[in-house]
Ligand binder design. Structure first.
Ligand code: G1P
Length: 297
């Protein structure tokens, strides 16, 4: 099968202020959910869709991300010597993947981070994964989005219905469902407008953009001309809104499990739920949780 989307951009230059002091000197993207850093979940998700090249947008104090995806000769030799095959397997699985790193010198916003990827993306469609949105590894969200991108030859953004009072945390869209869409009935939309972090009173809907996008290279021109938007930052949502004047953009409604691991509560939920499913932990951890809950009664 010909893979149309071969590259993924992972913005990782944010300051991670919601997790201070943990993120004072180390990146939010490296916070572990059970035994893997957050960013590895996104890399594995993209790999499962056939994506092979990764462009990570980094900033200050983000060097451990590069170290994490590098080979670790001494550690590998040590594990080999001790016959720890399973552990070795865990740390070498990503050794063959190509990673490129670009520094976003000033955190000017998500839209600006995407522009930084331009020299590597060049003129191909590409995926964007925001690694603090963790998608249940059993879901096929990104795969479905690539399929929709190929079908309509257009950018696709992932949407989720959120409670009205939460719209101010997201980019929010106005859209109309595609009546003749057969593969994902009622879940593919034509976007008609979008706004970054609106108030519940002014939001055009409660369909929020979640951190998965399939973009086309024409987004770069639109992002480059942008003035700072919400929060004084160059917003990807504003770039997409500008692109919308030139071409159709589609939304795909995700109704599977997503963890907002960029918030403390979402991070804990992801840790508990993925911990419960972890083969080494599940039994003991379930028992611990049961006992803990019954101790509250
Ligand atoms: C970013 C985007 C926003 C989107 C969100 C999804 O916001 O700007 O449009 O809804 O990711 O997680 P952030 O969470 O970085 O503030």
């Amino acid at each position: 099968m010909k893979i149309s989307v071969k590259k993924a951009v992972l913005p990782a230059a944010g300051l991670g202020t919601r997790f201070l002091p943990a993120t004072k000197a180390s990146p939010k993207e490296m916070l572990p959910i059970v035994d893997k850093p957050m960013i590895q979940y996104s890399v594995e998700e993209a790999l499962s869709c056939g994506i092979k090249e990764f462009i990570i947008i980094t900033g200050k104090y983000k060097r451990t991300i590069e170290d994490h995806f590098d080979s670790a000769f001494e550690l590998e030799e040590n594990l080999k010597r001790k016959g720890k095959k399973e552990l070795l397997e865990k740390i070498i699985t990503l050794n063959h993947i190509d990673f490129a790193y670009i520094r976003q010198r000033t955190p000017l916003g998500l839209g600006h981070a995407i522009v930084c990827a331009m020299p590597f993306v060049k003129d191909e469609p590409f995926a964007v994964l925001l690694s603090d949105d963790i998608i249940d590894p059993q879901e096929t969200l990104l795969k479905d989005m690539i399929y929709i991108h190929e079908k309509y030859n257009a950018p696709v953004i992932a949407l989720e219905r959120v409670p009205r009072k939460e719209v101010q945390k997201y980019g929010v869209v106005a859209c109309t469902p595609l009546p003749n869409e057969k593969d994902f009935k009622g879940r593919v939309f034509k976007i008609t407008d979008m706004v970054e972090k609106p108030s519940p009173e002014t939001a055009p809907s409660n369909l929020a953009i979640i951190g998965r996008y399939i973009l086309t290279p024409d987004i770069f021109t639109h992002l480059k001309g942008l003035k700072p938007g919400k929060g004084g930052e160059i917003q990807l949502t504003d770039g997409l809104k500008s692109l919308l004047k030139k071409r159709q953009i589609y939304g795909y409604l995700f109704n599977g499990k997503r963890y907002d691991a960029g918030s403390k509560l979402g991070f804990l939920q992801a840790t508990v739920e993925l911990g419960l499913r972890h083969p080494e932990l599940s039994g003991d951890f379930k028992k611990y949780l049961k006992d803990l809950i019954s101790s509250f009664h």
